[in-house]
Design a protein around this ligand. Structure first.
Ligand code: COA
Length: 256
């Protein structure tokens, strides 16, 4: 149980909101578990016609909690993060996201599994896995090259710099930008439009669009997560995460 995720269902829409603003909504195992459980419950509930994922008014999420990464590294298929990612990949319900502020790491990779994504004009996205001496997750090491071509994916995954909402729209990661602070309302309105559609036709349309992709993503996620676990235990990753906590630049010069 955690109050760091707010779950509400109204008007056919289940909204799942990360709510840990003092830590930029960094995701702990308890938060992944709460979000995964909500998505599993939604799958069984005909009253839920669409899912909406968001953060707080000025922050989506700074990604996995780095302290948690060091203290409780995710282990295997039953880990909360894997359950959350599997729920995102498998859901047959329409999935909408509203992004304000930062969307880092899984904050960006989860968007690759959403059907519609809206972002505040000043939203900033980042895939800093290499910077943390990790590897990409959530199937992003395959989804992004397929979506963008190798070079644009390499820019995001190998350089790992922040990019803005306008660039995210150009790349096709975000559908459209909204004035800051309006992404949730806009995404909610789009989710309502989806919730009013004939559900079976909508479900089948999503299934047709995802046909073949789920197996590929599942397979890639297994390879990624085995490497990710190895990387988390590496001295390089320890240096990267300690540097973040000690608010200094990491020094990778002693590694080969
Ligand atoms: N894990 C744990 N704590 C985090 C965090 C994370 N991923 N991201 C932010 N926080 C914490 C900070 O340690 C800080 O806590 P403190 O006030 O107790 O010191 C608080 O949240 C605010 O963060 P801060 O860095 O001061 O905010 P900012 O606006 O200057 O920068 C970010 C925001 C997101 C750019 C920056 O926090 C960051 O780079 N975070 C790490 C992101 C990351 O690497 N995620 C993992 C991806 S796999």
């Amino acid at each position: 149980m955690t109050d760091h995720v707010r779950i509400e269902t109204a008007q056919g829409i289940m909204s799942i909101r990360f709510n840990r603003p003092e830590k930029k909504n960094a995701l702990t195992q308890a938060m992944y578990a709460a979000a995964a459980d909500a998505m599993m419950a939604a799958a069984e509930d005909n009253a839920v016609r669409a899912l909406l994922i968001a953060g707080t008014d000025d922050c989506f999420t700074a990604g996995n909690d780095l302290q948690d990464f060091l203290n409780n590294p995710p282990q295997g298929e039953s880990s909360p993060v894997t359950r959350f990612l599997n729920a995102l990949v498998r859901t047959q319900k329409p999935l909408v996201a509203a992004v304000e502020g930062v969307a880092v790491g899984i904050g960006t990779t989860m968007l690759l599994h959403c059907d519609l994504v809206y972002a505040g004009e000043n939203a900033r996205l980042q895939l800093p896995f290499v910077n943390l001496a990790l590897v990409p997750e959530a199937g992003s090491s395959r989804l992004l090259p397929e979506m963008l071509g190798h070079r644009r994916a390499a820019e995001l995954l190998m350089l790992g710099d922040m990019f803005d909402a306008r660039r995210a729209v150009e790349l096709g990661i975000v559908n459209a930008t909204c004035p800051d602070g309006n992404a949730y309302a806009h995404a909610y309105e789009r989710a309502q439009a989806l919730a009013a559609k004939p559900p079976e036709a909508l479900r089948l349309t999503k299934e047709l669009m995802k046909r073949g992709q789920r197996e590929m993503v599942r397979d890639q996620m297994q390879v990624e997560s085995a490497l990710f676990a190895e990387r988390l235990a590496s001295p390089e990753a320890r240096e990267a995460m300690l540097a973040f906590m000690e608010r200094r630049k990491p020094d990778f010069s002693r590694f080969n």
